[in-house]
Design a protein around this ligand. Sequence first.
Ligand code: ARG
Ligand code: ZN
Length: 855
Amino acid sequence: NARYLADYQPYPFILSHTALDFTLVPDATIVRATLSLAPRDAATGVDLVLDGGKDVQLLRLTINGAEADPAHVTRDDEALTIAAAALPSGPFTLETEVQIDPSANTAFEGLYISGGMFCTQCEAEGFRHITFCPDRPDVMATFDVTIHSDKPVLLSNGNPVSQTEGHAEWHDPWPKPAYLFALVAGDLVAISDSFTTLSGRNVALNVWVRPGDEDRAGFAMESLIKSMKWDEDVYGREYDLDVFNIVAVDDFNMGAMENKGLNIFNSKLVLASPETATDLDYERIEGVIAHEYFHNWTGNRITCRDWFQLCLKEGLTVFRDQQFTSDMRSAAVKRIEDVRTLRARQFREDQGPLAHPPRPDHYEEINNFYTATVYEKGAEVIGMLKRLVGDDGYRAALDLYFDRHDGDAATIEDWLKVFEDATGRDLAQFKRWYTDAGTPRLTMREDWAEGTAGGTLTLTFTQETPPTPGQSDKQPRVIPIAVGLIGPNGDEVAPTRVLEMTETEQSFAFDNLGARPVVSALRGFSAPVVLDRQIDDPTRAFLLAHDTDPFARWEAGRDLALSALVALSQGQPGGDDYIDAIGRLIADQDADPAFRALCLALPGEEEVATRLYDLGATPDPDAIHAAREGLARRVAEAHQDLLSEIYDRMVVSGSYSPDAEAAAKRSLRIAALQLLNRIDNGERAEILFGIAGNMTERMAALACLIARGRGQTALQVLEEEFGDNRLVMDKWFTVQPMAAPPADAAAIAAKLAKLPGFDWKNPNRFRALIGGLTANHAGFHAADGAGYDFVADWLMKMDKVNPQIAARMSTAFETWPRYDETRRAKALAALEQIAAIEGLSRNTREMVSRMIAAG
Ligand code: ARG
Ligand code: ZN
């Protein structure tokens, strides 16, 4: 029962206006909906099908005020159908009255209760759990919402119309699909500010939180104001309502949601103070506040025709939030971080059983497609497009996009067409990036000819994309390959040039070089591909020392580390070149601290496993863990003095600020600490945990202590200090299985799961513990299967309560085919056990069966 892109049909009715009236009662909320409808084609009578889940109980239905004849109304688990015979041939009003039970809504989809507050999550198909409606993104209407409730704060989309005790009315003048509807009712307090737009509209801004959390909402507000300004400056996009509300809720399935004028956020992406949030938390808050705000244009004013087009709004909005963060912080660091996440999450997805294109052509459960491929690869594809058409072409295309499609529910075809029209470029081949799954493998060969044209270097590339589920045959794609050349003395002899590869095999020549240069390839990670080149460790070390492109420079260091770890994990010698090169980098006082920190952090264990798998070997998690620990210790021993000097010097004085510069110093200090921790038995970490005034350093110190088996006291201290702070306690649950020695990880997780504080129905707490274990590579993949069994047991339990979370977390298993026979058998058994559950949700069933199919 999959749905197919090819089956798209417009909705046969036009919905111009939706009026909703809520009487909020936790277990018996009444929703009255008035839909202003008209047949799209008056000549042909078709049935009216309204989506509505089993949990929506129909009390009354009228058409133009008259009670509908029950003979014309049929109800199944997913919809309400009104026979054509019962419908007027022209415009009509359909009214329904339904009853729902928000207090029983543990799936957190539709209207539910979190910490005593009513709130909603409708994307993708949550509105159908609130009332009957055409719940699809191409059906857009203006909304009037009335809320009756004794809660003091009553919010919905659009502009406020009236607010009296127990009653509020909202009007949203911008037509929107049901997935952008939102309602919040609770005992909330706001921190408020205002913003004047380019054209002089004064917008009231509020960040709503629970009483007591006000002092942790300021950074979110600052981030919002920066985002509004940036979107005006860079994209010419202005806000379009009189108010912008953000609400923080504790129970939320994802990060945040861009409901028109009423963004709802997971509280972990709003609340921050130096004592409770890390630098990374601050950076994510800034980025996600921006992301949701940017959706107002890329998502809301222009939405998606159907959910196959999800990356139209998500890829673009991620791309925009990445640009924003690069402008607010360090562009080089942001790029490296983004590539790291892309590889860790998207490449992993693209190279396993769950691979799908940025624009999938079928799905069973759309919630399973809010993936790294749709989001992050969707953003990479736009980055490539921008590189190909240039900055001016990109700007012209975007202006045309906003102009031409404002108010539309658009498609990827529409998107590509604006680029073609604005730049004159044919994008037929480029479109494969949207329709084809899989990560292309790019091979680079170098040929050097001394005498010819003053020394010619010819680069020959070949591309090949391995088959993915359902797509065996892959055509070549357009790949922008940014290349620069570094001369033998370390100077750049050819600045960045973007080679445009369109064939399966293609050569590019560089003349008049004199001496043979070293190639700096795939600068800025100009395309999401795996690059395979013949390069030795001394050349990598040379690039790490001299490359002028920060990404390529970092990449050279990473390759050096990976090459060492691959060798070491296979029982071969390795690491000397890496240790030397890294020593020179640590000593280089001029290098940006954030950059040095990124280079100092060894690749993670799963990254090493991936490299081994790429090379055709079977990764052994225990051997990888041992290799990485061993190499870290050698680095620490070799550079002990330099590292402790950094550790002592990178102290940020004065009061805490989450800005990029201060965060960079802390990150370098922590990178040094993590290495030294291997040889000082946790001495520094223990002191730091005791004296640090910020959560960034305290959490880093705590992880170091746990890794050394000395975390108990610090964990107790943290619990005493922050036992009532959910967000800090989430970290407390995560760090224990994550930082533990792998052999103990599953047992630690099992022990934590028995604590009364393991409020597992809360998505953040569940993700904290289960995700903490799965982040411990050798721990989750323990040979005895304890990690697999623990996670599988919890997925089965969670599936009955919250299928979205269970299905999402099941991706822990997506790499199972890479490992040895013993592990494969155990992982497959765990997956099969889940699949055998009666009444398993559509969400989890789809995920698990796709993963099993890879066996
Ligand atoms: N549109 C939201 C965002 O990216 C995420 C919604 C996720 N919804 C879901 N069902 N997974 O900002
Ligand atoms: Zn988004």
